[in-house]
Design a binder for this molecule. Structure first.
Ligand SMILES: *Cc1c(COP(=O)(O)O)cnc(C)c1O
Length: 424
């Protein structure tokens, strides 16, 4: 299997190179050159997720050096459950928040870390993972590289702009993870990472790896869990389900469309966005126009220019074709609050992100739906608890992190400051 860039200006790459590079050299995103096809009959229904995911991803690593370790990587990466819980006759919820940092990003981050550890270094320079984060990504990446590799991780987050529990998940991993509280915005953090990647001084010292959500190594395992859940639901109900996905940078949405593309029983993929409406506007106008980011209660989805939309457009260049397989909704903060407050009476506690999917579910009558639960509500207790009038039980793995000491340095939003504070 080879991967081509959505912008078509680089040579096809194998999986290892695409994972190592993250972004293609022409600024595009890597997508498969062709699509394997799974028949329902050869889909291994009875397998657990570890074996299933290795089977589904196998064609995507064909001819790559990682192919022989794929099964082992899946075994080491997916050490936690992904229950598909039935809510009512026509609705279930796929809980993707049982990993080390209680958000779906653990799947992609752990798989990526284990792949990257096995990809031979292109030089004898020190490997270094750099990530700018507004919340969940940094924690998942730090946890993954810490437990699966010896590669040091540098995290930049905007000082005072992440929740207290998110900050613990960024700063409590010990010496291997250096967390910097930047006196600036998330955009400043992203700019500093980009500058490091472009800096010849940094390039001569380090072999830099970017772990953001456009990396192929994060997308493929996400495709695998949509395939897995769709098949489970199909077997249970006899109907192909539609996924309702809380969406921001659209890594999950693109991955679900890939699972449909390779033949898994998925009716539609519904993109549930918060007040950031660029995708919704595309569905109504056919014009792709990224917008400035709006801050919302579902902050991990605060994206005005979703990077992975380029993959969606590459798969479905014509609006009509995209409309046949998907739709988009935008959910306001007031609707997020209302959904959390109302659904607790039915026994469901949603995080603000998952609440967008639960709200979107209300506008559909016909069909079989899977809501995608992207994070545990205990991560966002300051929003959720006042709405439900009680405390949210804290999962074991979060308690362990909360008990660890925090380590972070505060710096100005300058690459030179980061350079002088770095301890590797
Ligand atoms: C990152 C994140 C999202 C958005 O996912 P994308 O793949 O970027 O669309 C949604 N919910 C939570 C909790 C997240 O951390």
């Amino acid at each position: 299997m080879k991967y081509i860039s959505t912008r078509g200006k680089v040579d096809p790459a194998n999986a290892s190179l695409a994972i190592q590079q993250g972004l293609a050299k022409d600024g595009g995103l890597y997508v498969p050159e062709h699509w394997p096809h799974f028949e329902m009959n050869d889909s291994p229904k009875a397998l657990g997720f570890v074996d299933f995911s290795a089977r589904v991803m196998a064609p995507f690593f064909e001819g790559d050096a990682l192919a022989t370790s794929l099964a082992q990587i899946c075994r080491e990466a997916f050490t936690f459950d992904l229950p598909l819980r039935q809510l009512d006759a026509k609705t279930s919820v796929l809980e993707l928040f049982h990993g080390p940092t209680c958000a779906f990003k653990d799947f992609g981050a752990r798989f990526l870390a284990l792949c990257s550890e096995r990809i031979p270094a292109a030089s004898n320079k020190q490997k270094l993972v750099m990530v700018a984060t507004s919340g969940d990504t940094g924690g998942a990446v730090a946890a993954a590289f810490c437990s699966c590799t010896t590669t040091p991780v540098v995290i930049l987050f905007p000082k005072g702009m992440v929740s207290a529990r998110q900050e613990k998940q960024l700063t409590s991993w010990g010496q291997q993870v250096q967390a910097f509280a930047v006196r600036g915005s998330f955009d400043d953090c992203q700019r500093m990472v980009k500058e490091a990647f472009l800096s010849s001084a940094w390039q001569s010292r380090f072999e830099l790896l970017s772990a953001n959500s456009i990396n192929l190594g994060r997308l493929l395992p996400q495709m695998a869990y949509f395939a897995y859940a769709s098949l489970q639901s199909f077997v249970r109900t006899g109907r192909a389900p539609s996924f309702i996905i809380p969406s921001g940078n659209m890594g999950n949405s693109a991955a679900a469309l890939w699972a449909k593309k390779i033949g898994f029983p998925i009716e539609k993929v519904i993109f549930a966005h918060n007040a950031n409406k660029s995708v919704l506007n595309y569905f109504s106008t056919g014009q792709w126009q990224p917008l400035p980011t709006v801050a919302t209660l579902a902050n991990a989805m605060d994206v005005g220019r979703p990077s992975n939309f380029e993959r969606v457009l590459h798969l479905y260049p014509h609006l009509k074709d995209l409309q046949n397989v998907s739709s988009a909704v935008s959910v306001s903060d007031a609707e997020i609050r209302k959904t959390i407050a109302e659904d607790v009476k039915l026994g469901h506690i949603w995080c603000p992100h998952t609440a967008t999917a639960a709200f979107a579910r209300r506008s559909y009558q016909q069909g079989n739906f899977i809501l995608v639960a992207t994070a545990h509500p205990a991560k966002f207790e300051t929003i959720v608890e006042p709405l439900i009038g009680k405390s949210v039980e804290i999962p074991e793995q979060m308690l362990e992190i909360l008990a660890q000491p925090s380590l972070s340095k505060e710096i100005e939003a300058q690459l030179s400051e980061l350079e002088s504070s770095l301890a590797v």
